[in-house]
Design a protein around this ligand. Structure first.
Ligand SMILES: Cc1cc2nc3c(=O)[nH]c(=O)nc-3n(C[C@H](O)[C@H](O)[C@H](O)COP(=O)(O)OP(=O)(O)OC[C@H]3O[C@@H](n4cnc5c(N)ncnc54)[C@H](O)[C@@H]3O)c2cc1C
Ligand code: SF4
Length: 340
């Protein structure tokens, strides 16, 4: 049986207290939201924090609201199940709710939070293993070792961002509100990431994600999420792609955004591919032609590595398939795409 290591638990009532509790010890401390990723990782010996700062008592981090302009504020402690089922979020941000719906299993979506999903650690098949397994392998760059088993001779960890909601939030231009030691900071989600699988965020792990702000979508905006996975439940993405399509009054696409995940350390926006869709009309040849071009370009730009389970060449072959299907689903106001 895998056991949790010993640690102390703190239960702050405010975000300021939570940040202070992270800073006041010399050893490692970690925030705990739903614990669906942190707890298994601690059982695997990937983190051995002396202190856990549990976020369940901080009222400010719960709840979904819209301001008078239609911009959403989603507390970081809102669960994935609540995101998936929220009628206003479903109407405004279909790709986000579809992505939340495809995370793991109902039990984990009831416990797992949107904040925890955004702040999720990267994953790798050579790292997300028990201590015994990693010890037999000789460890790796990410923890306790000096080699990467994905890229021979590689000096940088390329563990994959595997959080399903991140690409959807990227296409929606979401912003993050953090509580830090020097006060509140708001930043675009697109600016959060760095290309380092050991820690793929530009902020320290002592900064607390308080809420997500998602701007009001353009009138008639549509979206969808496509997820390649081994089974119809539980599995992390082998490849994920989120799409947003905005429409002009004549029914043509006025703006588009695509973002992929489960490739490398950060979610991967496909800006050039998205531009090919602008001006085309779903239901007409112009859109179908553009979708084919986008699918081919996505295959060029998305190169899965053997960092997560699943044959990476098969994952690569599925990139244009899932890109194409997700674009058609978004245009039709359907989705998610997750055929197995
Ligand atoms: C079997 C299994 C299958 C899974 N499948 C998927 C999947 O298909 N797709 C997917 O995306 N995920 C999957 N997960 C991972 C996980 O369940 C989800 O990502 C979930 O959303 C994590 O949220 P949480 O609240 O449980 O985070 P936690 O486990 O509590 O925390 C995750 C990380 O984020 C940090 N953190 C949490 N909240 C905050 C905050 N507010 N501010 C700063 N840091 C914070 C924690 O310190 C920790 O490092 C799976 C996990 C398991 C065990
Ligand atoms: S990508 Fe390389 S260094 Fe990073 S976790 Fe995997 S094996 Fe370790």
């Amino acid at each position: 049986m895998l056991r949790l290591p010993k640690f102390e638990v703190k239960n702050p009532a405010t975000v300021e207290e939570a940040v202070a509790m992270m800073m006041e010890i010399h050893g490692e401390a970690r925030f705990l939201a739903g614990g669906t990723d942190l707890n298994p990782n601690m059982k695997h010996g990937l983190f051995t924090p002396e202190r856990i700062v549990a976020l369940g008592g901080i009222e400010e981090m719960f709840g979904v609201g819209f301001d008078e302009s239609g911009n959403a504020r989603i507390g970081a402690m809102v669960t994935l199940a609540q995101v998936e089922q929220h009628p206003d979020l479903r109407r405004a941000f279909p790709a986000l709710c579809q992505a939340a719906k495809l995370v793991s299993s109902p039990q984990l979506r009831n416990m797992g939070t949107l904040g925890g999903n955004v702040m999720l650690d990267t994953r790798c098949q050579w790292y997300n293993q028990t201590y015994f397994w990693r010890n037999a392998l000789g460890y790796c760059l990410k923890k306790d070792g000096s080699k990467c088993h994905v890229i021979e001779g590689g000096s940088k960890c390329v563990a994959a961002a595997s959080n399903d909601t991140a690409p959807a939030l990227m296409t929606l231009n979401a912003e993050l509100e953090f509580a830090t030691t020097s006060g509140r900071v708001r930043m675009p989600l697109a600016d959060l990431w760095q290309a380092d699988g050991i820690w793929n965020k530009k902020i320290p792990h002592t900064d607390l994600l308080v809420a997500l702000h998602v701007p009001k979508p353009a009138a008639g905006s549509r979206g969808a999420y496509g997820k390649l996975r081994d089974r119809g439940s539980i599995d992390f993405p082998l490849f994920g792609i989120a799409v947003r399509l905005d429409f002009a009054a004549d029914g043509s696409i006025s703006d588009a955004a695509l973002c992929a995940v489960a490739l490398q350390a950060r979610p991967w926006p496909l800006k050039k591919a998205a531009e090919l869709l602008i001006g085309t009309h779903p239901g007409q040849a112009s859109f179908n032609d553009a979708v084919e071009k986008v699918a081919m370009l996505a295959a060029k730009q998305c190169r899965p590595m053997p960092n997560i389970p699943g044959d990476h060449e098969y994952r690569h072959l599925m990139v244009p398939v899932y890109t194409r299907r997700t674009l058609h689903a978004a245009a039709a106001g359907e989705g998610p795409v997750h055929h197995i």
